[in-house]
Structure formats: structure tokens, C-alpha cells
Design a protein around this ligand. Structure first.
Ligand code: HEM
Length: 333
């Protein structure tokens, strides 16, 4: 059986996380890193296995321990990723590209290609990664990072703050509309795109800084580069002082409202709103979308695969349990 998600960690204040037990190490041959600077950093410091092949429980523990990521957010993101990008039989997930280390693949149309798989979790208009349409997905993109620096100079006195997060997010969307004929910005990317913009502000700032996200918290560019490019905690880094997730998300969405949509017919500057879209954040659109996605990847699972799909879908449901009805596309155990 896939083990239950770990529980909330007991001590959830700030502490030194770049400690002696968790030194940064350069990659060894075969180590995998991916599109998420948070998970990359956790792997490069040994909070996650350094080879980048991980279990859901390891991610949930590491995200809390290393970054003080809020528990429900960590659980939901982890199982969402596991369900679309992981191997549900071996319970392993690559935090980057496809690897044999996750074990034999279940039958197609399952993908099991790791977090780099485009358009299931990973998506367009990333802060420091180019859209898949332009190739070069794996890497940190310095041109984009320079744009982030430029926006931080223009709107944040050289720092990335909530205003910069809103302006830069809007810019990334407009830029992709104008340059990527295949641009799509629909669920779940619509939410994860905004989510990432605030995660960087929420979790990459040292925990001894007492400012709140809405009260002016700011990220300096050297620290940003350390995380986004080098997967590395700054020296002496302390995790944030209380569990934090998507604080500020509503504010940056409200600053420049954009509806989910895509460039139609492979044409740039042809952005058309795509329904259905959830009317409210916290609505059940995200949950239902993911369940549908999973069913499209696993239309007819048997045996252990079916059992593990049921179990992982139930873990994924955790954060939605107070607001949405649970669905059982594969029946119950
Ligand atoms: C991006 C997964 C935790 C910060 C991403 C992406 C994935 C991902 C798939 C790529 C999306 C894209 O840009 O197309 C996850 C999962 C997590 C997790 C499954 C499980 C808990 C974290 C944590 C942090 C974080 C703990 C911060 C400490 C970010 C940021 C980006 C990102 C800032 C945007 C990167 C960019 O656009 O250049 N994450 N992540 N994530 N993640 Fe995570």
C-alpha cells in the first residue's frame, strides 16, 4: 500500500535549515533536477534524495521541514504531481525528466515522465523557465531571470515583493500571448502560475525577517538567483517563521484579472477565454480538473494500479474535503 501522508510536523517555527546535516552538494552523474526551484533545493541539500527520485511522503516531509510550507498546500501539490507525473505502482516520482529509476511504466496513455511533463502540472509563463514551445525546457533561463530583476527594479526598489509579483506575472502572461502560438493558460496551470509567483515570496525569504507577505515582505535578487539557478539555500538560511502557502494569491490575481484561456488556432495574439473556469478560488474546479486528467491517463486500470489510484486520489482530495464533494471514478476499495 502507498503509505499515508506524513502528519503535520510538530515544531513549526523558524530554524536554521542550511545546517551541517544538510550541506549543498553539486550534482553527481545521473542526478535529476526539474522545473521547481523549491524541490530542486531540497534535493541539493539532502532533504530529498539527492538523485531527484522521490516518494510523496518524502516531499511532504521535506517541504515542511526545509521551507515550512503549509501542510495542506504541500499535500495537495504533492499528490497532484504524483497522480499525473509519477509511477503509481512503485510510488516513485522524478522531480525532473523521465527516468528508469521510477520502475516499469504502467500501460499507456499513462505518461510517468516526471515533473517536466508539459501541460499536466508544469506549464507556460514560468518565472525563470521558457515555455516548452521554445525548446530548452530543462534549464534555468537567464533572459527570464533578467526580466524578473528588471521588474524588481521598476516596481520594488530592486526587490521582489507582492507588487512585483503581480506585475511580473501579468507581464509573463502577456509575453507568452505575444510570442508563443501554442500558449495555453488553463487549469491547473492557471492556478499554479499565480501560486508560484507568491511561493517565491512566501518561502524564499529568511525566517528571521518578520515582515508579512501583505505587509511588504521582499526577496533580494542574490537570494532569488541562489534558489532559482543554483538550487541552493543562502548561507545561514532560516525557514519562514510560520507555515506558509499561497498568501497573496488573491491579491496578485486581482491586480490584473486574466481569465483562463489560450491562443487559438496556433496564432500569437489570439488569446481566447476557455470555459469552464472556476468562478472562485477555492472552488472545486481544480479538484475536478485533476480527477478528469487522471482518468484520461488511466482510463481502465487493473489490480494494484487501480488500488493505488483510489488511494492517491483520496489523499489528493484532503485539502478539498471541506468544500467539494469527493468523486470515485474507480469505485471504492
Ligand atoms: C514551480 C511542483 C513545492 C516553489 C514548480 C513546477 C512544478 C512544481 C511542477 C513547475 C511549474 C512551471 O513553472 O511550469 C511542486 C511540487 C511541490 C512544490 C509538487 C510539492 C510540495 C514547492 C516549494 C517551493 C516551490 C516548497 C518553494 C519553497 C516553486 C516556484 C516555482 C515552482 C517559485 C516557479 C518556478 C519558475 O516559474 O521559474 N513547482 N513544487 N515549490 N515551484 Fe514548486
Amino acid at each position: 500500500y502507498p503509505p499515508s501522508p506524513p502528519t503535520r510536523m510538530a515544531y513549526n517555527g523558524t530554524k536554521l535549515v542550511h545546517d551541517e546535516a544538510h550541506p549543498w552538494k553539486p550534482l553527481m552523474a545521473g542526478d535529476i533536477r526539474g522545473p521547481c526551484p523549491g524541490l530542486n533545493t531540497l534535493a541539493s541539500h539532502g532533504y530529498l534524495p539527492r538523485d531527484g527520485v522521490v516518494t510523496p511522503a518524502q516531499i511532504i516531509t521535506a517541504a515542511q521541514e526545509g521551507f515550512n510550507m503549509q501542510y495542506d498546500a504541500a499535500v495537495t501539490a504533492t499528490y497532484a504531481a504524483m497522480l499525473v507525473d509519477g509511477n503509481l505502482v512503485t510510488n516513485l516520482l522524478s522531480i525532473g525528466g523521465k527516468t528508469k529509476k521510477t520502475g516499469p511504466d504502467p500501460p499507456k496513455p499513462a505518461i510517468v515522465r516526471g515533473l517536466y511533463t508539459h501541460d499536466v502540472f508544469e506549464g507556460n509563463a514560468s518565472m525563470t523557465r521558457a515555455d516548452t514551445f521554445f525548446g530548452d525546457i530543462p534549464g534555468f533561463n537567464h533572459t527570464l531571470f533578467d526580466q524578473m530583476v528588471d521588474f524588481s527594479n521598476r516596481y520594488g526598489d530592486g526587490y521582489y515583493n507582492l507588487t512585483v509579483a503581480a506585475e511580473y506575472r501579468y507581464h509573463l502572461i502577456q509575453q507568452s500571448i505575444a510570442t508563443n502560438p501554442n500558449f495555453s493558460f488553463i487549469l491547473p496551470r492557471y492556478f499554479t502560475g499565480y501560486g508560484e509567483s507568491v511561493l517565491a515570496l512566501n518561502l524564499f525569504v529568511d525566517g528571521r525577517d518578520n515582515t508579512t507577505v501583505l505587509g511588504g515582505r521582499k526577496l533580494d535578487m542574490a537570494t532569488a538567483l541562489s534558489f532559482f539557478r543554483d538550487s541552493r539555500f543562502p548561507p545561514d538560511f532560516h525557514r519562514v517563521s510560520s507555515p506558509t502557502g499561497s498568501e497573496g494569491l488573491r491579491e496578485i490575481m486581482a491586480a490584473h484579472p486574466v481569465r483562463p484561456g489560450r491562443n487559438l488556432d496556433g496564432k500569437i495574439n489570439n488569446y481566447v477565454v476557455h470555459e469552464p473556469s472556476p468562478s472562485e478560488l477555492g472552488g472545486c474546479g481544480l479538484y475536478n480538473h485533476f480527477v478528469d486528467k487522471v482518468v484520461s491517463l488511466y482510463p481502465n486500470p487493473k489490480g494494484i494500479l487501480r488500488r493505488n489510484l483510489i488511494i492517491n486520489l483520496h489523499y489528493f482530495y484532503g485539502m478539498f474535503k471541506n468544500s467539494c464533494e469527493e468523486t470515485f471514478p474507480y469505485g471504492r476499495l
